[in-house]
Design a protein around this ligand. Structure first.
Ligand code: ATP
Ligand code: MG
Length: 344
């Protein structure tokens, strides 16, 4: 996996994106364009907890929690993750809204990039939330995934580097994408447009992972994502109604597999927004595990203020608060995905 970025100082981000095989990686000095956003500092300071560890004698629940966080952090710090032999392309999908799709795309991609992988995020949601969190330009009119699937532009003309990590790139979504569902209807090969563009791009450039963020619907954009991917990752919120609509989603994936993309498989299910204080969350997690014992990751993403705050700083939780429990959970989920590899 030796795709390389060769910087050309003084050029725009778009111009700078040149990758050639087999060349050494130079430092890329992008001007960080994190937008100024509202900053709400929460009193919960997970990462500062470590400094107070010694005050506790280990016998209280808080001291136990702190010790556990420290243990997890050390385990993550000492691990090296394997890189996949060929690019793994994930579609992160669930037609239910607000279940943590975008949050998962952003934080998993950051976690994988932190471990040294080269990761491409394709934002396929007109809301552009993944582009915001990865701090890439996505104002109306910015060259974006819309131009790729509707106007046949090459992906390397619209890709941007995220300031989050060296190996993290994003094809942004702008509000222009909102009209694409309708525009695609009358187009030739309307279901394959993303797949073809991504295939051509990956023929030229090396990436270890591609993560596609889907809108909360099963329209043509989501179908394009399913056709372009080889794996589906379904985030499931640990709440009532979590499983509702899931059978419809799985049915649609089966149809895509049968008619449009025989390589597609649901490889990963991630439980999100878990609140350990409620019996309901526990029950939902158990139900999902009982139904999908192979697919569900051992790691569960907790409900965490840090995770929800990070996007307002144009950051993933991995850089926003590395040692918080939310960040550690996404780092652990990334490690599980890397170690499990592609299921057979
Ligand atoms: P949509 O269907 O609209 O695209 P989504 O499935 O992409 O939504 P997100 O945008 O990732 O969902 O998350 C919905 C909201 O929940 C966001 O405000 C996000 O910050 C918050 N959120 C996601 N995961 C967590 C978590 N683990 N802890 C706390 N808040 C979270
Ligand atoms: Mg989303």
């Amino acid at each position: 996996m030796t795709g390389r970025v060769l910087p050309r100082p003084g050029h725009s981000q778009k111009d700078i994106f040149r990758i050639e095989r087999g060349r050494s990686t130079d430092t890329v000095n992008f001007t960080e364009n994190r937008a100024t956003r509202f900053h709400v500092k929460h009193p919960e300071q997970d990462s500062q907890v470590e400094a107070t560890t010694t005050v506790f004698d280990g016998s209280t629940p808080l001291a136990h929690e702190i010790a556990e966080l420290t243990r997890r952090r050390q385990a993550i710090a000492s691990q090296t993750l394997p890189l996949p032999a060929r690019t793994r392309i994930f579609t992160i999908s669930n037609q239910k809204g607000g279940v943590g799709k975008t949050t998962t795309v952003v934080n998993l991609s950051a976690a994988l990039a932190k471990s040294g992988a080269r990761v491409l995020v394709i934002d396929l949601d007109p809301q552009g939330n993944a582009s915001t969190a990865l701090s890439v330009e996505h104002r109306e009119g910015t060259p974006s995934v819309y131009d790729v699937i509707v106007n046949d532009r090459n992906m390397d003309e619209v890709i941007q580097k995220s300031p989050e990590f060296d190996g993290l790139f994003c094809v942004p979504a702008t509000i222009d994408l909102a009209g694409a569902e309708i525009e695609l209807v009358s187009m030739v090969a309307r279901e394959q447009r993303l797949s073809r563009a991504l295939g051509e791009f990956l023929d030229e450039y090396d990436f270890d992972y591609v993560l596609i963020d889907c809108p909360p619907s099963l329209g043509l954009l989501t179908i394009n994502a399913f056709v372009a991917a080889t794996e589906v990752l379904i985030p499931i919120q640990c709440e009532y109604y979590a499983l509702e609509g899931l059978s419809q989603l799985l049915k649609n994936i089966k149809l895509i597999e049968k008619h449009l993309n025989p390589k597609l498989q649901v490889s990963t299910i991630l439980l999100t927004m878990y609140d350990s204080r409620t019996n309901l969350a526990h029950q939902v997690a158990e139900d999902v595990r009982a139904h999908f014992p192979k697919e569900v990751l051992d790691t569960i993403i907790p409900r965490s203020v840090r995770i929800s705050e990070a996007p307002s700083y144009g950051q993933s939780v991995i850089t926003y608060d590395t040692n918080s429990s939310g960040s550690l959970s996404y780092l652990e989920a990334a490690a599980e995905i890397a170690r499990r590899g592609v299921p057979r």
